[in-house]
Design a protein around this ligand. Sequence first.
Ligand SMILES: N[C@@H](CCC[C@H](N)C(=O)O)C(=O)O
Length: 277
Amino acid sequence: MNRIDFAKGHGTENDFVIIPDPDGKLTLTADRVAAICDRHAGIGADGILRVVRSQHVPEWQGDPELWFMDYRNADGSIAEMCGNGVRVFAHYLIENDLAAPLVINIATRAGLRPTEVLGDDRYRVAMGPVTVDSEQIGVTVGGLTAEVVAFPVQVGNPHAVAFVDDLEELELWHAPRWTHQDRFPDGVNVEFVRRLGPHHVSMRVFERGSGETRSCGTGTVAVAAAAAVAAGQPQRPLTYRVDVPGGSVEVELRDRQSFLTGPAVIVAVGQLDLDRI
Ligand SMILES: N[C@@H](CCC[C@H](N)C(=O)O)C(=O)O
């Protein structure tokens, strides 16, 4: 039998299988990731968080002692960052005495993401700079009668943020399409946003590699930054509340830094039989 430990957790219902692999011994092929994330034949998740020491990650050039969040989408593709994943990753480290409060420096493919342990299972992640491209693109998806414009936003991973009047009408079981296909050669996460107040929005998301999810942390930061640009709010700091189908998070925008605050939950621990997956 070929068993490995796992945990299952979520951040505002963006759910992950967490796999400890401190010495980098596990081979996670795209097929295996997809099988584990399969909601019928596997455990089921939007993605996987492999917990590995940075020294075993060839592309990491920084401190080799840090924990590295090796994030994979449900289809097995690799992504640079996962904002909800970082909080769940930090929570896993704390619950397993692998790190201590107050601030945990977590390595990711998008760089360092210092994460503050706030207590009550809440975490505040320094998400790095967020850039909004002024050259907008067109996006279409089921349920929309016409193409909508979207802001390309970079939060370590790529996003396109479109403002709409009605989120309910959107049919997100098929991937959105965007104009200028060459603009995102590696794909993009697409957020649809509705304004609820001056610093309050709600959104739905279609994630690259995972489909519609109930939350996307990097997406909430992208949405707050795009909302600020669209509203002509250059002043900083600015704080947005972003509601997602799975809950609510807070995004702080500073001049060269952004912060994401929200909950993290571990719901199960167990063993996974790799011979059956
Ligand atoms: N759900 C995540 C983002 C995961 C990666 C994304 N699907 C991509 O491919 O860039 C989040 O909380 O940020």
